[in-house]
Design a protein around this ligand. Structure first.
Ligand code: NAD
Ligand code: ADE
Length: 393
C-alpha cells in the first residue's frame, strides 16, 4: 500500500496525531490492520472493532492483539450482544476521533455513550450507507460533531465502490460457490457506484446482465451502457445470480424468491443485511448448509434458493474485501481525514463535510507515482486559453 505508506510518513512527520485517541469500527482484515498500525505509528492510541459481525478475518484480529499489541475487539460470527460489547470496548478509549464504516459507533456515541460526546473532535465515515444515515441525523439536528464523508471523496467512490466492489463481490461469490458466471444470467440491483462496478465486471466474465433500478436516470444510463433493465419481479424469473448493491431494504422479497428459478443464487454487497429479506425466507423455508456461507432453502413450490453469506456483504464474509491497491486509496483518505479533523479542531461545524478536493489530487498524484505513470501538465499558454472568454477562432 504505497500511497498509505507515503501519506502515513508525512502525517507522522507533521506530528498532529501524536496523543490522539482513535476508536475504529471497520472490517477487520489485513488492509485495515495496515491503517490501524499506521495511525498508531503516527502517535495515536488506537483501538479497533469490527463494523460487521461476520466480516472479521480472525487471523488478523489475533495478530493485531498478540503480535502488534493493538487492542482489537472482533471475531467472525459475533452475536448482536458481542458486536455491541466490542464497539463499546473501543469507545472505552475515550476517543477524540472515530473512524467508522456504516455509522454504528457514531450513532452509539449519540445514544448510549453520550458521556463521550464532549471529548469527540469528529469522525470519519467510510461508506455510502453510513453517510446516508449521518445526513439524516444532520437533517434532524441530531448530529453533534463534524463528520468527514470519506466515501464522498473522488478517490474513494470512483475506485473503491466501483472497481473494488466490482471485483471483490464476484470474488466472494466465486469463493463461496465455485460456480461459473459465463453464459449465466445475472441480475444486479442498483446501478450506483457499486452496481456499475459489479454489472460491468460480471458482464466481462460472460454473464448476461440485467439491472434493476428505482432511479429513472440511472436506469437510462444502464440501458445505454448496454444492459437489460427490468423490474426485480420480472428479472428474477430467469436469474442464475441476483446481486444486490443498493443501500436500500427489501430489494429481494420472499414474493420475488417464489418467482425465482430453481437454483438461483442470492448475494448482497450492500452495507446492511436488509437488501434480501432473509428473515421472511427463514420464516418460510428451512436452511441446509451446503458449503461455508452457502445455505440452501427449498421453497413450498419445490424450487431451491441458495443464500450466500447470510445476506451480509458477500465480498467480506466470503472473500477478503477489496484488493490492497484499492484500500490503499480509501485508507489514505481515512488517515488524512483523521489528521484533518485534528488540524481543523473547532473550525468545522457540526454536520457532514467532504475533504477538500486538493486531497483527492494529492492522492491521485501519489497513486500515479506509485504506478510509474506520468501525465501532461498545462503550458502557460494553455492555462491562459482555458481561463479566457475571448473568441476561439
Ligand atoms: P449509490 O448511492 O451510488 O447507488 C445505489 C443505487 O441503488 C442508486 O442508483 C439507487 O437509485 C439504487 N437503488 C436504491 N434502492 C433501490 C431499489 N430498491 N432497487 C433497485 N435499485 C435501488 O451507492 P453505492 O456507493 O453504490 O453503495 C451501495 C451500497 O453498497 C451501500 O450500502 C454502500 O454502503 C455499500 N458499499 C459496499 C461496499 C462493499 O465492500 N461491499 C463498498 C462500498 C459501498
Ligand atoms: N476492507 C476493509 N474495509 C473494507 C470495505 N469497506 N470494503 C471492502 N473491503 C474492505
Amino acid at each position: 500500500m504505497p500511497v498509505l505508506s507515503s501519506v502515513a510518513s508525512a502525517i507522522k512527520e507533521r506530528g498532529k496525531l501524536k496523543g490522539a485517541r482513535i476508536a475504529m469500527a471497520l472490517h477487520v482484515e489485513a488492509k485495515t490492520a495496515c491503517l490501524a498500525i499506521a495511525l498508531r505509528e503516527a502517535g495515536a492510541e488506537v483501538r479497533l472493532a469490527s463494523c460487521n459481525p461476520m466480516s472479521t478475518d480472525d487471523s488478523v484480529a489475533l495478530a493485531l492483539n498478540e503480535k502488534y499489541g493493538l487492542e482489537t475487539y472482533a471475531r467472525k460470527g459475533e452475536e448482536r450482544e458481542e458486536y455491541y460489547n466490542n464497539l463499546n470496548s473501543v469507545l472505552d478509549v475515550k476517543p477524540g476521533i472515530l473512524v467508522d464504516d456504516g455509522a454504528d459507533i457514531i450513532t452509539l456515541v449519540h445514544s448510549k455513550r453520550r458521556e463521550l460526546l464532549s471529548g469527540v473532535i469528529g469522525a470519519n465515515e467510510e461508506t455510502t450507507t453510513g453517510v446516508v444515515r449521518l445526513r439524516a441525523m444532520e437533517k434532524d439536528g441530531k448530529l453533534l460533531f463534524p463528520v468527514i464523508a470519506v466515501n464522498d471523496s473522488y478517490m474513494k467512490y470512483l475506485f473503491d465502490n466501483r472497481y473494488g466492489t466490482g471485483q471483490s463481490t464476484l470474488d466472494g461469490i466465486m469463493n463461496a460457490t465455485n460456480l461459473l458466471f459465463a453464459g449465466k444470467r445475472t441480475v444486479v440491483a442498483g446501478y450506483g457506484w457499486c452496481g456499475r462496478g459489479i454489472a460491468n465486471r460480471v458482464r466481462g466474465m460472460g454473464s448476461l446482465v440485467t439491472v434493476t433500478e428505482i432511479d429513472p436516470v440511472k436506469a437510462v444510463e444502464a440501458n445505454m451502457d448496454g444492459f437489460d433493465v427490468s423490474t426485480m419481479e420480472s428479472a428474477i424469473e430467469n436469474a442464475d445470480f441476483v446481486i444486490t448493491a443498493t443501500g436500500c431494504r427489501d430489494v429481494v422479497t420472499y414474493q420475488h424468491m417464489l418467482k425465482a428459478k430453481d437454483g438461483c443464487v442470492l448475494a448482497n454487497s450492500g452495507h446492511f443485511n436488509l437488501e434480501i429479506d432473509v428473515e421472511e425466507l427463514r420464516k418460510n423455508a428451512r436452511a441446509v448448509q451446503v458449503r461455508e456461507y452457502v445455505e440452501e432453502y427449498r421453497l413450498d413450490n419445490g424450487r431451491r434458493i441458495y443464500l450466500l453469506a447470510d445476506g451480509r456483504l458477500v465480498n467480506l464474509v466470503s472473500g477478503q474485501g477489496h484488493p490492497a491497491e484499492i484500500m490503499d486509496l480509501s485508507f489514505s483518505l481515512q488517515a488524512r481525514g483523521a489528521e484533518y479533523l485534528v488540524v481543523n479542531r473547532g473550525k468545522l461545524g457540526r454536520g457532514v463535510h467532504v475533504m477538500p478536493r486538493e486531497v483527492d489530487v494529492e492522492l491521485a498524484e501519489l497513486k500515479l507515482r506509485s504506478l510509474g505513470v506520468n501525465i501532461d501538465s498545462l503550458t502557460e499558454k494553455q492555462k491562459e486559453y482555458l481561463s479566457s472568454w475571448s473568441e476561439g477562432t
